[in-house]
Each structure stands twice: as C-alpha cells, then as structure tokens.
Design a protein around this ligand. Sequence first.
Ligand SMILES: C[S@@+](CC[C@H](N)C(=O)[O-])C[C@H]1O[C@@H](n2cnc3c(N)ncnc32)[C@H](O)[C@@H]1O
Length: 416
Amino acid sequence: MAAEGLAARAAAVGLLGAVLGEGRLMAQVVADPQGPLAGLTPADRARAQRLTLAVLRHVEQADRVLNPHLRKSPPRLVRDALRLAVVEIAQGAPAHGAVNAAVEIVRRGKRTGAMAGLTNAVLRKVPEAPFAGLPPQRLPRWLRQPLVHSYGRDIVSAIEAVQAQTPPLDLTTRDGAEAPDGTRLPTGTLRLEEKGQVSALAGYEAGGWWVQDAAAALPARLLQPQAGERILDLCAAPGGKTLQLAAAGAHVTALDLSGPRMERLRENLARCGLRADVVVADALDWQPDAPFDAVLLDAPCSATGTIRRHPDLPFVKDGSDLPALVALQARLLDRALGFLKPGGRIVFATCSLLPEEGDGQLTAALARHPHLRVERPVLEGIDAAWWTPQGGVRLRPDLWADRGGMDGFFMARLGV
Ligand SMILES: C[S@@+](CC[C@H](N)C(=O)[O-])C[C@H]1O[C@@H](n2cnc3c(N)ncnc32)[C@H](O)[C@@H]1O
C-alpha cells in the first residue's frame, strides 16, 4: 500500500479520535499545528479531511455493521480505524487497500498492536455494500426531538438523508465574472459537483466569485443592498455576505468580534478586489459615528443548519449553549435596531434549524418592538413555500434535495 494513503488514513483516524473521543470541533483540530494533520502534504491533508467527514456522516451505520463482529468494545483507535475501513468500502474503495491500512494503523498504535489480527478478521467479514438497506444516520436526540416537533418525522428523515451525502460546492459569482462550469440554481448560485482544490478553479485569482452555500447567499439578497447605501454587516466574518454587499456597490462596514476571522475577511476582500471598513469589536459595546440605511445581522447560533458541511457538530454539541445563544441573538438584534436611520431595514439571519433561533426570535422581536414591520420583497428564485406565515424565510437541507440540498437557514427582514 502506498505510504501516502496510509499517512492520510492515519491522520483521519487521529481526527476522528479528537472529534469523537475528545469532543473537539473539526475546524479547531484541523487548525492545530500540533494536531493529527501536522507534517502532511496538502493533498494528504485534504484526503484526511475528506475521509474524516465521510466517516462522521456514517458512524451509526459503520457501528451497526461492525458491532455483531465485536465481542467487546475495542479501544478508540481500533474502533475508528475499523469505521474508516467500512466507510471506505461502502464508498467503493478497493477493500484490500482499506483493510490493509486499518490493520497497519492498529499495528502501529500505542498499546493496540496486538489487535491487528482482530482488525483484519473483523474487516474480512464486511460485505461489499455494507450499508445497503440501513437508514441514514440519525440526528442526536437533543436536536431531533425539537425538529420532529417543528417539521414532522418525514421532513427530519429527509434532512438526515441529505446530511448523509457529500454536499456540492456552491459559489456566489459577480456579473460577467470568469467562473468554473456548473449549474446555475434558480436563486443565482453556481453549483459544482466536481470540486477539487478551490484555489485551482477557473477565475479564483481574478476574484469574481467566492464559496458560499446557496442558502447562505439569500440573507444579503433579502436585504436588497443598493449602490451607495451605508450598510452595516454586524457579525461579518469570514465575510461571504460582506462580499455580496460590497459587490452591490454599498459602502459596507463589516464588524466582528473575532480578530482571526476578520483576517480571513480582509483576505477575501483583497482577493475579490472589493472594499469595506473593517471593525474588530463587540457589537454590544460598539457605537457607530452615523446611522445606517440597512443592517445585516447574521447572528451567532447553534449552526444546526450546517451539519451537512460540518458533520462533527452533532458529536461535539449537546444543545446546552442554546439558551445563551438565543439571549445573545435578541440582544444583538435590539442593539442593531438602534444603528438604523428612520425608515431603515434589517435582515436577521441564523444558520439554524431550531425554531427558537428562527421564527421564535421574530415573534419575540415583534413583541418587544411593536412598531417593526415585517417586509416581504419579491425575490427571484425564492419558492413561495419557503416563507413562513409570519413573513420569515425558512430554509432546510432537504429543500432541493434532488439537486444536493442546501444549508438550513432562517431569515427575516424588518423595517423600522
Ligand atoms: C454566523 S457567523 C457570521 C458569518 C458571516 N456573516 C459570513 O457570512 O461569513 C457569526 C459571527 O458572529 C461573531 N460574533 C459573535 N458574537 C459577537 C459580538 N458580540 N459582536 C460581534 N460579532 C460577534 C462571531 O465571531 C462570528 O464570526
């Protein structure tokens, strides 16, 4: 077996240990200079991450295949090496390569060397299509229950089915920009099935497009930014929505609490040849010099709408931070209203599937501020069924499932 393949697979097992064993978010582990990806080539880093994401989308099925062949639960590294091999086999990889790699990883592991034989024996029993007939991986209980309550069992199952798939790559493009070949979705997003390295795609250097999920592109469209308007992007980093507002010709102030994430926003602006006033500050303390025509508040949230891109989340989060997030969202919204000119507008958005971070926030805001009007502009490509009775837009991963789905999002536009 090629040493390269082994390095990426061993790193994937390391990433799985950090996420599933230590409860760390994958983005943190990937960025850790001492982490499992240290010293790998860029290609191996990418491969290790792809493999890890694939396993995280199928942990439940892999365990259902493996458990009948295990008399007692093996050490974590052995379990994760077995899971990786099963998922690779399910995805059509040659079984001998996947099995040999798992055996080698276990042989080299601290205190697991003696289990190499067991690893080989178990994996030899795995059928060619190991997941045939198994349902998609379920969301954890703390999340599944409220979603079933909000959307019903069938929709939650459909969400889980989309989350089991590798999502497509979505790009927001500027008019007339050089861009790779893809399918144009009704909302304007360019969708690519074959990805490869983003920086190698046509037009990357020219900066006429940026990576942004189809759903994530809609809050800025709902705001309908106009050239010359003063617009505040209140939780801006890493800047996908700032780029949209700036590309529309608005004078954008992009604010975020996180210095490192704002560095990425600056890099994104530079690559795309766009500009914005960049402010690193806490929105709850900051005071602008003058009011704005419009505010985009893409608030910090549970991110439960992004599980198809971040399948580590259900293994790391338990919903305990939800009350604090809901309270912060309301405080940010109230603060943002005070930054608007009379007659101004705000879009409140969260990449969450949970009602308390969506329609619930809208209901509460309307109760706190009876003068607010919910605005419902006509937007091309937005399905009438996506509007909630209150006038928000509810997006779920199972929408456009036959085209690869979309992230879950809630957004509402309010006028003062
Ligand atoms: C959902 S993300 C924003 C994504 C961004 N709008 C985009 O499209 O790329 C939420 C952001 O809120 C920021 N944030 C959290 N609390 C904040 C606060 N009190 N003031 C300012 N920004 C805050 C986080 O640093 C994070 O970058």
